[in-house]
Design a protein around this ligand. Structure first.
Ligand SMILES: NC(=O)c1ccc[n+]([C@@H]2O[C@H](COP(=O)([O-])OP(=O)(O)OC[C@H]3O[C@@H](n4cnc5c(N)ncnc54)[C@H](O)[C@@H]3O)[C@@H](O)[C@H]2O)c1
Length: 466
């Protein structure tokens, strides 16, 4: 089978490479000439573990091609995938301009029976809209538009695509159903459930799945805030409720709010479409408000925690102004370079405005971060970013940030104050090691000054005074 894919972003590039890995011939096209030029040189425009190898292998064996010419890519394709961006408009609705543009570009070049597959996350009704657009340009095209939403997660995208928990396909005729079944036959043979449904339902499934997951994240963050306020422990709470099989343990880890290119825009888009349909989804609306509130209040928490930590370390001035803050992590989650709607892009500019001197390190997302936050001092390693810092702020749960030794923190930092928005460490262990450590929804412990091996500057004097 021959497939063409419009859009070589996170979804289009991974899908194309994985379809080639399954044995299909794939022509991937993008309007971004620089991206295509880089891909032709074997240089991937995104960071995704394992992707490099699959792209290389399938380019070498001739099954995967990159280009900018839609006409030749589409001409003899059995299926043409649209995998372009659908960012939020100001009112929360999904902007489907790029999907419409892709449909218009494809239309004149379709020949023979072709299934146009919308892989982008789009509002219900987009399949019908795309069919109309194609027919306007090419009234005689033998085309059927299908919906095949993508559930891959950045950071584990290859596994998610090749070993998905389910595949969702929405079609309006048997011809399209047969083509889609054939395309995914290699995965169906491996017992991956294929949900074949109508187009509107497939479109809605993606939004409802993401909104449900976002609700779990918002819920546990609210519980963490409540634990902070009334002195309970969110880790124990999450474990206990997660062991209930009706709830399940995943997505019950408190953090700096959900971000990334999907949850924020998909919850907004579902709420907006439901409002338009005069059938508001109040739970999803509450999730959006809760997440925004959680992220906003984190700036105040960072300010309070730093002040408390600096107080413990003997600083006279415990305000943020002029202090050096080491930021560990910029990406919206680990194993990706994506900073779209990440907590870092909301929180860090506000700290900058309060006079904080920010130094940051992220294993993959620094190039992207430099474009939107040029004022930050970007460092090259964990040790480097901690150097001379008055406090450290953990924003992303990268594995590299899990096992930083207490000695490294104390040796490198001006004062060992840590605000951990991913709950990576034990508050008691940190306190025993002499670290002023603050996390989400867990009682903090006062650091044991007697066990502090090395406290720098003012903090050392304070320790002597005790
Ligand atoms: N990123 C994810 O983890 C993820 C997961 C599931 C679903 N999705 C959905 O998939 C869609 C794509 O997301 P993404 O993160 O891959 O976006 P992206 O921004 O990384 O990539 C989109 C690509 O489309 C290209 N493009 C735009 N117009 C084009 C056109 N007319 N012809 C050819 N190429 C064109 C852009 O240049 C860009 O390279 C979105 O609807 C998103 O919601 C994303």
């Amino acid at each position: 089978m021959k497939i063409s894919i419009l859009g070589v972003g996170y979804v289009g590039l991974v899908s194309g490479a994985c379809f080639a890995e399954l044995g299909w011939n794939v022509d991937s096209v993008d309007i971004d000439e620089e991206k295509i030029a880089r891909l032709k040189l074997g240089d991937l425009p995104i960071f995704e573990p394992g992707l490099d190898e699959i792209v290389q292998r399938n380019v070498s064996n001739g099954r995967l091609k990159f280009g900018t010419d839609v006409a030749s890519a589409v001409a003899d394709a059995d299926a043409v995938f649209i995998a372009v961006g659908t960012p939020p408009l100001e009112d929360g609705r999904a902007d489907t301009t790029a999907v419409a543009a892709a449909a218009r570009e494809i239309a004149p070049h379709l020949s023979g029976y072709t299934v146009v597959v919308i892989k982008s996350t789009v509002p219900v009704g987009t399949g019908t809209y795309v069919t109309r657009l194609i027919r306007e340009v090419n009234p005689t095209a033998q085309v059927s538009v299908a919906s095949n939403p993508e559930f891959l997660r950045e950071g584990s995208a290859i596994r998610d695509f090749l070993q998905p928990e389910r595949i969702v396909v929405g079609c309006v005729d048997t011809g399209a159903r047969e083509v889609m079944r054939a395309l995914y036959a290699p995965l169906e043979l491996r017992d991956v459930p294929l949900i074949l449904t109508d187009r509107a339902t497939a479109e809605l499934i993606k939004y409802s799945a993401n909104s449900f997951l976002a609700a779990k994240v918002a819920f546990i963050n609210e519980m963490a805030d409540l634990c902070d306020s009334i002195g309970a422990n969110v880790d124990d709470l999450a474990r206990a409720i997660g062991l209930d099989s009706r709830i399940g343990p995943s997505f019950l880890k408190p953090g700096p709010g959900y971000g990334g290119s999907c949850f924020p825009k998909d919850t907004l888009a579902l709420a907006a479409q439901a409002q338009e349909a005069d059938c508001p989804v109040r739970i999803v609306e509450a999730v959006v408000a809760s997440n925004a509130h959680h992220i906003r209040r984190l700036v105040g928490k960072i300010e309070r925690d730093c002040a408390a930590g600096w107080g413990r370390m003997g600083y006279e001035d415990t305000t943020l102004w002029g202090k050096k803050l080491a930021v560990l992590g910029l990406a919206f989650k680990s194993n990706t370079d994506d900073i779209r709607y990440a907590a870092s892009v909301v929180i860090l500019p506000q700290l900058e405005k309060q006079g904080v001197r920010l130094q940051a390190y992220d294993p993959a997302a620094m190039d992207n971060a430099k474009e939107v936050m040029p004022g930050i001092d970007y460092r090259t390693s964990v040790e480097d970013v901690l150097e001379g810092a008055d406090a450290a702020l953990i924003l992303t749960e990268w594995p590299q940030f899990h096992g930083i030794s207490w000695a490294t923190l104390k040796d490198r930092m001006a004062s060992p104050v840590v605000v951990d928005l991913r709950n990576l460490y034990s508050p008691k262990d940190a306190a025993d090691a002499g670290i002023a450590y603050y996390s989400l929804g867990r009682p903090d412990h006062a650091p044991s000054i007697s066990k502090v091996v090395k406290l720098a500057g003012v903090a050392k004097d304070a320790a002597k005074a005790v």
